[in-house]
Design a protein around this ligand. Structure first.
Ligand SMILES: Cc1cc2nc3c(=O)[nH]c(=O)nc-3n(C[C@H](O)[C@H](O)[C@H](O)COP(=O)(O)OP(=O)(O)OC[C@H]3O[C@@H](n4cnc5c(N)ncnc54)[C@H](O)[C@@H]3O)c2cc1C
Length: 401
């Protein structure tokens, strides 16, 4: 192939937009097809650890977000459910940049999406395009949309999230099993939140069968609140499903009263059943590949799902730019560079679902002691020091645009 390859990205979420932005940085144009009629994020907030912050900085996205993010001063602050006893905490203000050359930030997902949107040309995003099938035409795959349009390309990137259509051509089926857990997700206006939640801190409260996480976003105007609880017979895996404050409160009955005040002040929560999926061994088939949640859905316990989608995007762009004439080989390189890391993250995130939720007793006391003796910021160096721009063996010069 001597011409520039035509690249179709399915999905205009964080992963799809990041892919388009990184491809553009290497001089490769692409077209995003997104089912929604406008680009918007329903989920609330997310933590941007150094491994993703450094990539977003290089795209100019962090600068674009400067007035919307919060730079965390305290991270991985583990507290006991009943009374808030601190089990361990990291001084991010002091240690994060020294260890990893970058800070940890929090952002509202819609702000991140809007900033990423600015890094790709307007006419490269096609909205209202719901893909119903991927057609494997040898080296010219195509996307079929529900309005009848068929879009051919040289390369198809499935960034279409947890219920990916593209994944169906890569893996016959991916087992989604009941995990027994669900996530409540909501926002709290900071002026109504208790003082403990208004600090520049990423705080995790651990209790029997449950845990709860909060941190400020949107320049401190909002508090992001995510709580994991038993799912019962609830099995809806969706950003739009709702729960009530009463249901949320009932799950945390008896917990520290400051948390109950925080929940009472919250907006109507979303409720998301966490389904378990085993890691895929392959992400690509010919010129069709996967990225982000479509490739490696993971439990949110390390706050790395979106970060891994952005890392995928950076590595994929480097691989395609290095071998534009041989996309099939480039995609093989991409998946072999990425699968070991995302598989490890899927596995450690999975493991946390038991550790975080131990009932009070000797095992919980041993866990709390291990937390107080440990240094999560250093223990997770393999996550935070990873620089997706320098991972490929064939480091390339990027084209400034
Ligand atoms: C409770 C919870 C907390 C989390 N916290 C964090 C955190 O702190 N930090 C972090 O990094 N990650 C976090 N994550 C994970 C993160 O939200 C996801 O990993 C991330 O959103 C994945 O991005 P994506 O672009 O791959 O998929 P998505 O965000 O799901 O985007 C997929 C896009 O594809 C579109 N699409 C889907 N199907 C089609 C179709 N057929 N045709 C056309 N378009 C289609 C969708 O409309 C959507 O726009 C959390 C997740 C959960 C559940």
């Amino acid at each position: 192939m001597t011409r520039t390859p035509e690249i179709a990205i399915l999905g205009g979420g964080i992963g799809g937009l990041a892919a388009a932005a990184f491809l553009r940085r290497t001089g490769l144009p692409s077209t995003i097809y997104e089912q929604a009629s406008e680009l918007r994020e329903i989920g609330a907030g997310l933590v941007m650890a150094p491994n993703v912050a450094r990539l977003l900085r290089r795209l100019g996205v962090l600068e674009e977000l400067a007035h919307h993010v919060v730079r965390l001063e305290i991270g991985w602050e583990f507290r006991r459910w009943q009374d808030g006893t601190v089990l361990s905490a990291e001084n991010l203000a002091e240690a994060c940049e020294r260890l990893y050359g970058e800070h940890t930030y929090t952002a509202r997902r819609s702000d991140l999406l809007a900033a990423l949107r600015k890094s790709v040309p307007d006419d490269s995003v096609r909205l209202g395009k719901r893909c119903v099938a991927v057609i494997e035409n040898g080296d010219r795959p195509a996307l079929r949309f529900d309005d009848g349009e068929v879009a051919e390309a040289d390369i198809v990137i499935g960034a279409d999230g947890i219920h990916s259509v593209v994944r169906r051509v890569i893996a016959d089926s991916i087992e989604a099993t009941y995990s027994g857990l669900c996530a409540f997700r909501t926002l709290v206006p900071a002026e109504h939140a208790p003082e403990i939640a208004r600090r520049n801190a990423h705080t995790l409260w651990l209790g029997p069968g449950h845990h709860l996480v909060h941190y400020p976003i949107s320049a401190g105007k909002l508090i992001n609140l995510v709580a994991i609880a038993p799912a019962g017979d609830y099995s809806v895996e969706s950003w739009t499903a709702r729960a009530s404050i009463e249901e949320f409160l009932a799950e945390f009955d008896g917990w520290d009263p400051r948390l109950l005040d925080l929940i009472r002040a919250a907006e109507t929560p979303g409720r998301w059943a966490l389904l378990d999926r085993t890691p895929l061994r392959h992400w690509s088939r010919g010129p069709v590949t996967l990225l982000g949640d479509a490739a490696h859905p993971m439990f949110p316990f390390f706050g790395q799902g979106a970060a891994q989608a952005v890392e995928d995007a950076a590595v994929l762009a480097q691989c395609l730019a290095a071998q534009p004439d041989d996309p099939v080989n480039a995609l093989q390189n991409y998946e072999s560079l990425r699968i070991p890391r995302t598989t490890r993250l899927q596995e450690v995130s999975h493991g946390r679902s038991r550790i975080n939720h131990l009932p009070d007793g000797p095992e919980q006391q041993a866990r709390d002691k291990a937390f107080s003796d440990s240094d999560p910021l250093v223990d997770s160096a393999w996550i935070y020091e990873y620089d997706a721009d320098t991972v490929p063996p064939f480091h390339i010069d990027t084209v400034a645009r």
